[in-house]
Design a binder for this molecule. Structure first.
Ligand code: UT7
Length: 325
């Protein structure tokens, strides 16, 4: 009999320090960086974001989100045989944040590794976990997106530092006789690696190159709207579904204008799009599981709903997953 995978629980966590645009504008002004609330809201849709304290790592946020997802799924951490963390802000160069998370959860033995696909990290991680469950390599997976992007922001660069936030989201994905995940589609084009990157690296006991985020926003924006539509259409076609079948689109939360364009291309109303970018900012790999959990817990998204998850990010990477909750 064919084995499918299905989400059995979701969880998320935001660090307690919340900065509204007004708070951030004031902090940046004190450092001589000029921006304003009107620009941030009009160009991005962001109104607030959360920043983790210095010393708080992705695994700390992942732990809280994972505990909630395990609780929602009524699964004991000791029964998890696979942990995949999508992150571009790992706790260390190595070991992986997934291994650190496993230890913090008090478990051992199952496979644990990170996926580095920047903002597409959760879509990549979910696709991998689904494939491993389908082949019988795993039965109960914890799939996490966790980021502390505030730690790699250049607070002198107003074109990027107002966009990102920190947080984590997690799902428990279990083997099932009925499909949950219906189709997925992953892509990358490394020739665009320089339009969104953190170019620094560790060598000889030093960080060589700039260890802060650089982005050509308009170039990313232009590519994003095209590839998101391609990925969305690919998963719909693979699953034999139409855009009108989708109950909720949960896109990567980077910019409300990208989300509006993605919905418009599929002729979907924004009433069917889960939006959390206003309150979370862009939390990279954490943004989709954070939005999913927020929508599940508010009752917006319900069991049985058909969900389109789609993301685009540094690499350049992009992809989509179509699933029944
Ligand atoms: O998560 C991975 C994927 N990332 C994304 O999807 C991000 C994609 N890109 C974007 O969301 C948008 O390109 C941005 C929000 C980053 C920028 O929006 P834009 O409409 O493309 O603006 P722009 O970069 O073309 O800048 C327009 C103007 C410039 O001024 P001039 O040259 O027209 O006078 C900027 O200097 O806005 C100015 N500007 C700002 N002004 C006030 C840029 N940042 C700010 C700021 N406050 N924070």
């Amino acid at each position: 009999m064919k084995i499918y995978s299905r989400i059995s629980g979701t969880g998320s966590f935001l660090p307690p320090r919340r900065l509204t645009n007004a708070d951030l504008v004031q902090e940046l002004a004190a450092q001589g960086v000029e921006t304003n609330e009107k620009w941030i809201v009009e160009r991005t849709g962001i109104q607030a974001r959360h920043f983790a304290a210095v010393g708080v790592c992705s695994s700390d946020l992942a732990l809280e989100a994972s505990r909630l997802a395990l609780q929602a799924a009524a699964v004991d951490a000791r029964d998890i045989d696979l942990i995949i963390v999508g992150t571009s802000t790992p706790d260390m160069v190595f070991p992986s944040t997934a291994c650190i998370l496993q230890s913090k959860l008090g478990t051992k033995g199952g496979a644990a590794f990170d996926v580095q696909a920047v903002c597409s990290g959760f879509i990549y991680a979910l696709t991998l976990a689904d494939a491993m469950i389908q082949t019988g390599a795993a039965t109960k997976a914890l799939v996490v997106g966790a980021e502390v992007f505030s730690h790699i922001l250049d607070f002198k660069d107003r074109s990027t530092c107002v966009l990102f936030g920190d947080g984590a989201g997690a799902v428990v994905l279990e083997a099932s006789k009925t499909p949950g995940i219906l189709a997925s589609d992953l892509h990358a084009d490394g020739s665009f690696s320089d339009i969104l990157c953190v170019p620094g690296h560790v060598s000889g006991g030093q960080v060589l190159g700039e260890p802060l985020l650089k982005m050509d926003g308009p170039a990313v924006f232009k590519l994003a709207v095209g590839v998101l539509d391609e990925a969305a259409r690919a998963v719909l076609s693979k699953a034999g579904k139409k855009a009108s079948d989708i109950d909720w689109m949960i896109p990567h939360q980077a910019n409300i204008r990208i989300m509006q364009s993605a919905a418009r291309k599929l002729k979907m109303s924004m009433d069917k799009v889960v939006v959390t970018v206003d309150q979370h900012g862009n939390t990279s790999a954490a943004s989709i599981p954070l939005a999913l959990d927020t929508a599940v817990r508010s009752g917006q998204v319900k069991p049985g709903d058909l969900l389109l998850l789609e993301a685009v990010g540094g690499g350049f990477t992009w992809g989509a997953v179509l699933l029944k909750l």
